[in-house]
Design a protein around this ligand. Structure first.
Ligand code: ADP
Ligand code: MG
Length: 749
């Protein structure tokens, strides 16, 4: 369906401006322009003639500059306009005298000497701020300024710009907010039809305003109330489109069939339970039972298992997999990295013992095999693994995305376990589904990053969520502290000393760095999530660029000096696979004392003897990443110690983040802090990929109520009209949301 909003912008505004919109903002159509919402609104005082100004007023004036003087507040000297740049960092006062033709008014600006070159004599501008009295002279102190071009000087234009409530758009020098505002007004004045994706009936029921009115109110508001009710409507619209997509998906998945995998007695699972060296926690037992019930249905399970690092998710997954194997099916465990896949393979094999030695001497009667399939296997190993998967000899196959290749076949794939979901997309899941014939495998997704209810609901639709809240008994606590390397260099020395002491006690340590360092120019080298802002390192007001993050190779050089007598190795993503394996196995076997690594060790790595972790430039990592990382220590009987080394300024936001991590080891609490600090896009995982989100005004954290209502509405629409035949506008919004890459976040299941 083509509507007015699909029309090209250049049909409405000048070709040159239309080109700027396309180049600067990627806006081509009228519809896209109208959805370029104001970033915020500027509140000004009313436009007031000079002779009606009163002290204490918030006022806006329009005038022409008569005279400018800049003075240094230290030397009291006057500074010539050509010298003002030199006084950028000095205390200065800039006095500007403006006239409305009859009266003069003085403006005072502090520490902005460069204004002298902007507000030159003769410049016309609007100024707004509080009217004050200084030594008997009426002044505007530090007013806001908008310079007017000669063509802006019509009374009408000045009135418009001086409006007390004005939108400010995400803009740039090439496309200033005033141009955006003007273009939107032209478009709104000339558009005849604007089709509303929200059905009339729902507008009335939910007490929302229609699209045209909402556009008018969001772009050309008269009062604060205007944009509030406009925003409410747009939030609902975004929620409705999103929930409609999810409802349609649900309708599709509801129709999917899965093979029921009934729990059988006396099989591998029972054998395994008997050998388990520990007692399952109540949470583990409960969630396993939920999973057993799910996979015994003829409808595919789609469950998210969230649980703190070390809460024992793997056992839950393994028991589910064994239950499927007992029922004659196969299970796959997908890991995000090779290191982790290899680790999982080892862990499972070890936990299963002779239960995984099918066909081998000493294997148990009903034993199965655990296959490993990663990208870097040699041809022979790969062939064996693929044969085992295809023949069904391997009841369990562990692997990375290599498992998703077309060539890999299964005899009867019944369950897919995905570890750390955020690295896997829906396409991958679909690829695996195709490997199990007509039936869809059951899916269990595990994550250590807790997801708030609304996000789970928004992003994952109908995903059922299970949460492991308790840690297995006997877990040692992790102590964390921040090491401010700049303020206290001795503390960093002490950190290395601590490693030495731990090693002397027979323990091991990790040193984690944000960067590999083998190629400084390579931008993708940074493995930390956060590039430090200059202010974080050097304190407020600093503009210099932050230094590059410290690298594995740099730290290796330092430790060569400091801990040269210990067995130190490095591990990062660009080492050859066999070298990675070898380093990891030697570390696991206790043959390496200190491992200097990137975040490749972030998830899953399980070496109970490792007691200490030093994280270098810890500020370059996100909260949940740090929490994940430190979960690598304190996994055994040995208490864990995590030192967060940073050069950040004590009052910087980055330092606050580190202090929060040091202060609590509650993953859910940290996740909440993290979400509050992040922008919405980051929550949904879109910001990382740099894509535009179709959620512009809706916040999945804040707008729970709106989302719930929209979900309800979407469900009832879809239940009677799955194809949205009655609602063509909504249908086309849904389609374009699906087409735009912005729905990427929906694919993150
Ligand atoms: P995560 O949830 O981080 O994946 P794991 O499954 O790797 O946690 O479990 C961490 C460690 O705790 C493993 O060594 C595992 O064998 C052990 N573990 C799991 N469940 C229990 C339990 N109920 N009692 C004692 N130890 C357990
Ligand atoms: Mg795990």
């Amino acid at each position: 369906m083509k509507t007015d909003i699909d029309r090209k912008l250049r049909d409405f505004i000048g070709a040159k401006t239309a080109k700027s919109f396309s180049e600067v903002l990627g806006i081509e159509t009228v519809g896209e322009l109208l959805r370029h919402y104001p970033r915020r609104y500027l509140k000004k005082g009313e436009l007031t003639p000079f002779d009606e100004l009163e002290v204490g007023d918030q006022a806006t004036v329009s005038g022409r500059v008569k005279k400018v003087t800049v003075r240094s507040l230290d030397s009291k000297q006057e500074i010539r306009p050509e010298d003002v740049q030199k006084f950028r960092r000095h205390k200065t006062i800039t006095k500007v005298v403006v006239t409305d033709g009859r009266n003069d008014l003085e403006l005072a600006f502090f520490n902005q000497p460069w204004l002298a070159n902007k507000l030159t004599a003769g410049t016309a501008a609007l100024f707004w701020g509080e009217v004050t009295m200084f030594r008997d002279i009426m002044q505007l102190k530090g007013p806001g300024t908008e310079i007017l071009d000669e063509e802006d000087l019509s009374e009408e234009e000045i009135e418009r710009r001086a409006k007390p409530f004005r939108p400010l758009y995400p803009a740039s020098a090439k496309l200033p907010t005033a141009t955006i505002e003007r273009s939107i007004k032209i478009v709104l004045d000339n558009l005849e039809d604007i089709d509303d994706p929200i059905p009339e009936l729902i507008l009335r029921k939910e007490k929302l305003i229609g699209l045209r009115e909402a556009l008018q109110k969001v772009h050309l508001p008269e009062t604060e109330k205007d944009w509030e009710i406009a925003q409410k409507r747009f939030r609902f619209e975004e929620a409705l489109v999103m929930q409609t997509i999810l409802a349609q998906r649900r309708a599709v998945t509801d129709a999917l069939k899965a093979i029921p995998r009934e729990r059988t007695k006396g099989g591998l699972l029972d054998e395994f339970d008997q050998r388990l060296p520990f007692k399952l926690t109540d949470g583990q037992t409960e969630i396993c039972d939920e999973v057993f019930a799910d996979i015994a249905r003829s409808h595919p399970m789609h469950r998210l298992l969230q649980g703190e690092v070390g809460s024992g998710k793997t056992v839950v997954a393994l028991r589910a997999m064994l239950s499927v194997v007992d029922a004659g099916g196969q299970a796959v465990l997908l890991a995000p990295t090779e290191v982790l896949a290899t680790q999982h393979h080892k862990t499972l094999t070890k936990m299963l013992g002779e239960l995984a030695e099918q066909g081998m001497l000493g294997g148990a009667d009903q034993a199965t095999r655990v296959g490993l399939l990663t990208g870097s296997l040699n041809a022979a190993a790969r062939r064996t693994a693929m044969l085992d998967a295809a023949s069904g000899a391997a009841g369990i196959v562990v692997g990375t995305h290599a498992l998703l290749e077309d060539k890999v076949q299964f005899a009867d794939l019944g369950l897919v376990v995905v570890d750390e979901q955020h690295r896997f997309g829906v396409e991958q899941r679909a690829a695996l589904s195709q490997k199990s014939g007509d039936a869809t495998p059951h899916v269990l997704v595990m994550t250590a990053t807790p997801i708030p209810r609304t996000v789970a609901m928004t992003v994952f639709g109908d995903l059922a969520v299970s949460t492991l809240t308790e840690l297995p008994a006997g877990r040692s606590p992790i102590m964390s502290s921040v090491v401010p390397a700049k303020e206290r260099p001795a503390w960093l020395e002490r950190a290395w000393q601590r490693i030495r002491e731990e090693v002397a006690k027979g323990h091991q340590a990790y040193v984690v760095c944000p960067r590999i360092g083998d190629d400084v120019k390579n931008a993708g080298d940074e493995e930390g999530e956060f590039a430090a802002g200059a202010e974080d390192e050097a304190g407020p007001g600093t503009k210099s660029k932050p230094r590059p993050a410290i690298s594995v190779l740099q730290v290796a050089e330092v430790l060569e000096q400091v801990l040269g007598d210990l067995r130190v190795e490095i591990l990062h993503g660009r080492l050859p696979a066999d070298e990675k394996d070898s380093v990891m196995s030697r570390f696991a076997a206790g043959e390496v004392d200190v491992l200097i690594a990137t975040t490749v060790i972030e998830v899953g790595v399980d070496v109970p003897n490792a007691s200490t972790m030093v994280i270098m430039d810890a500020d370059r990592f996100g909260i949940s990443q740090l929490h994940q990382l430190r979960g690598r220590v304190g996994r055994g009987k040995v208490p864990g110690l995590c030192l967060l080394v940073t050069d950040t300024y004590p009052t910087s936001p980055s330092r606050a983040r580190l202090d929060a991590v040091a202060a609590t080891s509650d993953g859910f609490e940290l996740s909440r802090i993290d979400l509050e600090n992040r922008r919405e896009g980051d929550v949904l995982g879109v910001a990382q990929s740099g894509r535009r989100s179709s959620l512009k005004l809706l916040s999945v954290l804040r707008d729970e109520e709106i989302i719930l209502t929209a979900r309800h509405v979407a469900n009832s629409l879809i239940s009677v009209d799955a194809e949205l035949a009655e609602y063509p506008v909504l249908r086309s919004f849904v389609r374009s949301a699906l087409e735009s890459e912005a729905t990427d976040y929906l694919e993150k299941t």
